[in-house]
Design a protein around this ligand. Structure first.
Ligand code: PLP
Length: 375
């Protein structure tokens, strides 16, 4: 049996066209972008063209685009800079953010640098915008709002414009972890009130270890890595040349094919939902599955029984790759903080299915049939 990969929110395979674009920069075009001879200048040109391309796709200015090592670094940088350089003394976030956000916020709080408030969630896992406005409007200190665009475990999507408007109204700094949406959503940053967004190439058929930090040009922060002055003095260190080429190429491809791919992937998500309901009536779903939700993610629960207890393991030995929630906790099996915050039901086993354009309905049929035999 071939492997069935339904864990695309954890990571994706690299698109062959992305690999083709990267390859020359791993071989003959290996120059250091800071070198002044032609090899170096060619590499510099490639990095800057990638930056321009990414900026154009996101409707941002190239000077607002910084390449990093991934989503984690980008969120750490944005949140820390908002406190250190922009005077934010109060962070408003949610209990269902990725650990790249939560652990950064908790560290800053432990150092006595900020006060942290967690916005209330609605029953379907969405952020309660009324509660958010109450919190922002009643704070006497400069606020950083950090809320993710699409939740990586349940798929719920934030109304980024509504939150941006609130931040604008109360003059708050706004960071959004957009790791699950860059490459899967058409951003229009010039017309969105947001100061920082993040991205990670491996979530949209690009390479691992390269990310994006968008910093709105209206704000100025200090360098977060000191050294040779790369990335316009913001993040020193020789650029991840082939990674940056791969990031831009993957974003170009995902944007070019957005309409057809997003439609196709959404069809897979809905198909799996329907097939599960038909075949395993005890299944339930987390989040706003058919509403404001990432088209890539379907979060399910199965009642905890002797059989379902070993579900992930049994799927694994049948070559089916899914995850219990997020894959970001280095394989840790302790309960997900997201599921604890939204339903806190220890009698359920949560399985996240997340899809890419490479998946098929036939694979879904095979997985549902296998689930039926396991459960
Ligand atoms: N934020 C979200 C929502 C994610 O899903 C992930 C990755 O799993 C990250 C941040 C971290 O990104 P990276 O793996 O590029 O550091």
């Amino acid at each position: 049996m071939n492997r069935i990969y339904f864990d695309n929110a954890a990571t994706t395979s690299i698109d062959p066209q992305v690999l083709d674009a990267m390859m020359p920069y791993l071989t003959e075009k290996f120059g250091n972008p800071s070198s002044i001879y032609s090899y170096g200048r060619e590499a510099r040109m490639a990095v800057e063209n990638s930056r321009k391309s990414v900026a154009k796709i996101l409707n941002a200015h190239p000077s607002e685009i910084f390449f990093t090592s991934g989503g984690t670094e980008s969120s750490n940088t944005a949140i820390t800079a908002a406190v250190r350089d922009l005077g934010c003394k109060h962070i408003i976030t949610s209990p269902i953010e990725h650990h790249a956000t939560l652990h950064t916020v908790q560290y800053l709080e432990s150092q006595g640098l900020v006060k942290v408030s967690y916005v209330r969630l609605l029953e379907n896992g969405h952020i309660d915008l009324v509660n958010l406005e109450e919190m922002i409007s009643s704070s006497t200190e400069k606020i950083l709002v950090t809320l993710m665009h699409a939740n990586n475990e349940i798929g719920n999507m934030l109304d980024i414009n509504a939150v941006g408007d609130l931040c604008k109204k109360y003059n708050a700094i706004f960071h959004s972890d957009t790791v699950q949406t860059v490459g899967h959503f058409l951003f229009d940053l010039k017309n969105t009130y947001v100061h920082f967004i993040t991205g990670s190439a491996h979530k949209f058929q690009g390479p691992k270890g390269v990310g994006l930090l968008y910093i709105n040009q209206d704000i100025k922060i200090k360098p977060h890595i000191y050294g040779g002055g790369q990335e316009r003095n913001m993040r020193a260190g020789t650029e991840n040349l082939y990674g940056i080429i791969g990031f831009a190429k993957a974003l170009e491809l995902s944007t070019k094919n957005y309409d057809t791919d997003s439609e196709y992937i959404r069809t897979l998500k809905y198909y799996m939902h329907d097939k599960l309901k038909q075949n395993i009536p005890s299944v339930t779903f987390n989040g706003d599955t058919f509403g404001k939700s990432a088209y890539t993610i379907l979060s399910t629960n199965f009642p905890l029984t002797e059989k379902s207890e070993m579900l992930l393991y049994n799927l694994d030995i049948n070559h089916i790759c899914v995850s219990g929630g997020s894959a970001c906790a280095s394989g840790a099996s302790q309960g997900s903080h997201v599921m604890q915050a939204i339903n806190n039901n220890s009698n359920l086993i949560t399985v996240r299915f997340s899809f890419s354009k490479l998946n098929t309905k036939q694979e879904i049929d095979m997985v549902v049939a296998k689930l039926k035999t396991i459960l």
